[in-house]
Design a protein around this ligand. Structure first.
Ligand SMILES: [Zn+2]
Length: 359
């Protein structure tokens, strides 16, 4: 008898057999069939050994038929295995012990032998929180280019060329005179140019400055700014909005205070401080040591803010006699450092999992 035909008939007999009633047994049966026909010492491999005894012409035809048989067996086994797995899943569901809606928590994953899932980077988690909070207040998320022209990055924000305030946002310039944006305030300008008030946007994103890198400064960092322009917007709106955010961030009992500050794009300009959530504002720990989070000051500078400067509104074609607004900004990296008591900003970007896994 033709040896290929013999193997083919043996395979047909097995493939045509009814599946075993227990899907687990059936999967074991299919695995045994795979070994018997497709294994290294299986029946198909044995056929290839016959090749050596054939003439070149016979070899080609014989080889083609063996390969066809191998493909046929492989495809049929895959199909039978998929059917058996589906039956196994159905049986597990019917038995009630498999709940596919349960989250694959890291602990659960270890139980069933899967690799543990990771989690988002703390900066991304804060980004999710800020977006969730402010979209809940009716703000939209706006984005803009990371390489900006100096008008959007400086002039429109009331920081004209040669103004000493530009030094505060010292940065890099491209050969075409553009800057990697030094703040996401440029997105506020683009939004006010494109939309008429009322405007409520937050603009999270990467910013860049020519910083000497140390524990609290990086040349690339994450920021989120917010802008609200409407009729009759006052400092009261700013205070209530930011107080709600600080409470979301540090807890409902944390006190805030405002101090006057100068930023060219707001008038008046303010710094919002939050009472240190770590030491409760006393600046010291229970054992008398200096609080490491606020360094003994009792307050944390968290959000520079203020009422949008009339010149900024005018630069965007918005009449300051009719409209007013507030704006605020916050450094994401700094907030994450505060939240988790991290003493060196560079750790957040080191790519080392031993830190990130603790957060
Ligand atoms: Zn403190």
């Amino acid at each position: 008898m033709d040896p290929i035909l013999a193997v083919e008939q043996a395979w047909q007999a097995e493939a045509g057999a009814a599946p075993l009633s227990d899907p687990a047994d059936d999967l074991a049966r299919l695995e045994a069939l795979r070994v018997r026909f497709l294994g290294k010492k299986g029946e198909v491999a044995a056929l290839m050994k016959v090749l050596g005894q054939l003439s070149p012409d016979e070899k080609r035809a014989f080889g083609q038929r063996v390969n066809q048989l191998k493909d046929q067996v492989t495809a049929a086994l895959d199909e039978l295995r998929a059917q058996a797995e589906a039956r196994a899943e159905q049986a597990a569901l019917a038995a009630g012990w498999l709940d596919p809606t349960l989250p694959t928590a890291a602990a659960g994953a270890q139980v069933v032998g899967l690799p543990a899932l990771g989690h988002k980077h703390p900066i991304t988690r804060l980004l999710d929180t800020v977006i969730d909070h402010f979209t809940g207040l009716g703000f939209e998320v706006a984005s803009g280019p990371e390489i900006e022209d100096t008008w959007h990055n400086f002039d429109a924000l009331n920081i004209p060329d040669n103004h000493p305030a530009r030094d505060v946002w010292d940065t890099f310039y491209t050969t075409r005179g553009e800057v990697p944006r030094t703040h996401t305030s440029s997105v506020q300008i683009r939004t006010m140019q494109a939309q008429r008030p009322p405007i409520r946007v937050i603009s999270p994103g990467k910013c860049f400055r020519n910083e000497s890198i140390d524990a609290t400064h990086l040349a690339a960092f994450n920021q989120c700014e917010g802008l609200y322009v409407d009729r009759g917007v006052t400092l009261g709106h700013l205070k209530a909005t930011l107080e709600g955010w600080v409470h979301r961030l540090f807890g409902p009992d944390v006190k805030i205070r405002f101090r006057p500050a100068f930023y060219p794009f707001v008038e008046p300009g303010l710094d919002l401080d939050a009472q240190c959530f770590f030491c409760g504002g006393g600046g010291h720990l229970g054992d008398g040591g200096t609080c490491p989070v606020c360094r003994g000051k009792g307050w944390l500078e968290v959000i520079p803010c203020g009422m949008v400067h009339p010149n900024v509104l005018r630069n965007c074609g918005i009449d300051p006699a009719e409209w007013s607004g507030f704006a605020f900004g916050m450094g994401f990296d700094r907030l994450v450092m505060l939240q988790h008591g991290i003493d060196d900003l560079r750790r957040l970007y080191s790519g080392r999992l031993d830190l990130v896994r603790q957060l």
